[in-house]
Design a protein around this ligand. Sequence first.
Ligand code: SAH
Ligand code: SF4
Ligand code: F3S
Length: 453
Amino acid sequence: MPSLFIKTYGCQMNERDSEQVAADFLAAGYSLVSSPEQADVVLMNTCSVREKAELKALGKMGMIMASPEARPHTVYGIMGCMSQSLGRSLFRELPRLDIVAGTQRYRRVLPLCDSLLKKRLSVGVGQPLRRGAQLCETDPIPRAQDLIRDHLPPSGSCSAFVSIMQGCDMHCSYCIVPSTRGEERSRPMKDILDEVRRLVENNGIKEVTLLGQIVNRYGREEPVIDGRGAFVRLLEAVHEIPGLERIRFTSPHPIGFREDLVRAYTYLPKLCSHIHFPMQSGSDRILRLMRRPYKQSKYLELCHAMRAARPDLAITTDIIVGFPGETEEDYLLTRAAVEEVQFDNAFIFQYSPRRGTPAAEMTDQICLREKEARNHDLLAVVNRIATARNAALVGSTQLVLVEGPSKTNPNRLQGRSSQNKPIVITSGSPAIGSIAPIRIAESTGFTLYGEAV
Ligand code: SAH
Ligand code: SF4
Ligand code: F3S
C-alpha cells in the first residue's frame, strides 16, 4: 500500500484543503503516515501570509529531501498559497521537487502524484524521470472553483471545516491573500447544507467551522430577507440540521457586519460563544493606510453589541504591529484598544512585507528591533488579560466537546468549551464526541482543568 505524508501550514482554508487531499489519497488506497521518511508521497500545503511561514515550509521540505533516510522514488509536492504565488521558481529552490500545485488545483494533487509515483516505480529508481517530470499547475489568476467534498475526512474527528466561500476582494495593503486565493465567490447554500448534513450523518461530526476570508460577506449579492442577510440565513439553516451541536465561523470583518449577525447570538444556541474578530490596529490612521475601511470606534461598538447579545462571548483577534509608518502613538492606541476590549486571546504579528503588495513599497518601514519591542510589549498585555479571563472561569461549569486524549498527557481527555478554550478533563471519562459539563478547577495561562460533573 503506498503512503502519504502531508504537512499543513497556514490558516483553516489550508487545513480544509489538506483534509480533502488526504481523503482523496485514502480513497485511492494510500495510507497516511506520520513520518516523511517512510512516505511514497510527501506533500506540503503552504502559506505565504508572512515571510516566516514561507521560510519554515521551504526549510522543512529541504531537510526532508536531504535526509539520508529519504527514499529515491518518493514524490515531493508543494501545494497551497506559496505554490500559487511562486509557481515554477520553487523548482530552483528545491531541485528535487516534483510537483507544484496552485490553490485552485488541489484536487489535481492525487492524480499528478499517483501517476508520477507509478511511472517511477515501473521505470526503476533513480532514473532520469526525476527532473524531466517536474510539473507545475497553477492558474495565473486563481479563479474560485467549486468546493465539492467527494470523500469524507478521515474519521475519528468530531469537528470539521466547511468552506462557504473562497478568495477575497478587499486588497488590504499588506496582504498577499487576494493574489493567492483569487476573487471572492460564495458557494451555493444548498451545497454547503448538503455537505454539513453528510458530515453529521456519515461521519459523526458534531461541530462545523464555516470558513471564508470575510464570512459575513457570504452571498452579498443576494437580497436581505426579513432583515436577515445571506450569511445569517445560512447560519439559521445550518442550525436546523439535526445532530449538529455546534457552529463556529471564521473570519468575520467589521465591513458589512450588520445588526442581524449581532442578533443571531441571541436566538441561535448552537452558535458558539466565541468570535475571532481581527482588529489589526487600534489607530484609525494606520487602519486607513492598511485599507481597512472601518474606524476603531466601529470595531469597539461591534464588540460591545455582541457581548450585550451574548454575555459570555469570548473575543479573540489578530493584530499587526510595526506596519509602515506606525508611530509610538499609533502603537499605544492599539495597546489601549486591547485593554478596552479585554480579548480572550490575540495573535500578534510583526508586519512582514509581501511581494506585490502596496505596503511593501511604503518608504517608512519600521525596523525589526522596533517591531520586536512592540510585539513583546503587547504580548505581555494580551497574556495578562487572557490569564485573568481564564482564572475568572474557575468554579464555573463549561459544556465541553470531548475531542480525545490530551496532547500532553494521553491518560487524560481534552476538549474545547463553547468559548473555544482548551479544557483538560482531570477526572471522569465522558465519551469522545459527546458534550459534557465540566467544572473548572484550575487555570494555567491558556489551558483550563476541570472535572466531569
Ligand atoms: N481575512 C482575514 C485575515 C486572513 S490573514 C481578515 O481580514 O480578517 C490572517 C492574519 O494574518 C491577518 O488577520 C493579519 O493580522 C495577518 N497578516 C496578513 N498579512 C500580514 C503581513 N503582511 N504581515 C503580518 N501579518 C499579516
Ligand atoms: Fe487579506 Fe484583507 Fe482579504 Fe483579510 S480582508 S484576506 S487581510 S485582503
Ligand atoms: Fe496563508 Fe494562504 Fe491562508 S497565505 S493564511 S494559507 S489563505
